[in-house]
Unconditional design. Structure first.
Length: 252
């Protein structure tokens, strides 16, 4: 890739990053308004609980590492560890000789990690359920910004404006507002994320976790294909551009 093309790609990346920051700020401001986010207080409380679980997990690991450094379990370390009640049965047994072997250390690590993974999955699911309003607002803001706003701003976003870029049709026809909206559904993963939200609302945790992993893979795949096309194609048209017959040009 020559310097000119590299400069163009860099401009597109920076423009997109600026647009994402703007969307994030707007969505955050709206979701922090209780009127628009009915679960705001519950979400904050649940997130605080999750932080405590995570901190407890880190503390356990730190205590265990201290014990393992000198291969000894002293009374203070034992007391701190036993307070957490996660590995009580194991630590009581190991404390009999006040020593900790490599095998015992690995057993405790496995137990702690397993317990945290189970708790983290549950909290993550609950936070996503409580964060549905946040997700919906973010999707709406993204759609309005890249779909409606970009249409009325004649193919530009704030990021594109700053870096002198704009979207145009390859056949010199006017790009309709519908095409802008459909285009944004793909390039900004709005469609897949909307499907993910529907699954979150109506399916069980186990089914949701399975399907959301598939959706995450699809999102990553679409992003990889788009990046590949934008970088390597001579006209720098991504998948969304090829589908809707558009391209992003330098508008100096």
């Amino acid at each position: 890739m020559n310097n000119l093309n590299m400069k163009y790609v860099l401009k597109r990346v920076l423009a997109y990053m600026i647009d994402i920051v703007i969307i994030t700020i707007l969505a955050t401001l709206i979701t922090n308004i209780p009127y628009f986010n009915k679960n705001y207080q519950q979400y904050q409380e649940k997130y605080k609980d999750y932080q405590e679980i995570y901190q407890n997990y880190i503390n356990l690991k730190n205590i265990l590492n201290d014990m393992y450094q000198d291969k000894q379990i002293n009374e203070e370390e034992y007391s701190k560890f036993i307070e957490n009640e996660i590995c009580t049965d194991i630590i009581v047994k190991y404390y009999e000789d006040e020593k900790i072997t490599n095998e015992e250390y690995n057993n405790l690590i496995e137990k702690i990690d397993e317990n945290y993974t189970i708790q983290a999955k549950e909290y993550n699911y609950q936070l996503q359920k409580l964060g549905i309003y946040n997700s919906v607002i973010t999707l709406i803001v993204t759609l309005l910004y890249f779909g409606i706003f970009q249409y009325f701003y004649k193919g530009k976003t704030v990021g594109k404006k700053l870096f002198h870029l704009k979207i145009v049709s390859i056949n010199n026809k006017k790009i309709t507002i519908l095409k802008y909206i459909l285009r944004s559904l793909i390039i900004n993963n709005i469609l897949l994320n909307a499907i993910n939200l529907i699954i979150l609302i109506y399916m069980s945790q186990n089914n949701y976790e399975k399907i959301t992993n598939i959706i995450s893979i699809l999102i990553s795949l679409l992003e990889a294909i788009t990046i590949y096309l934008v970088i390597l194609r001579k006209d720098h048209r991504g998948l969304h551009d090829l589908i809707f017959k558009t391209k992003v040009i330098a508008n100096n």
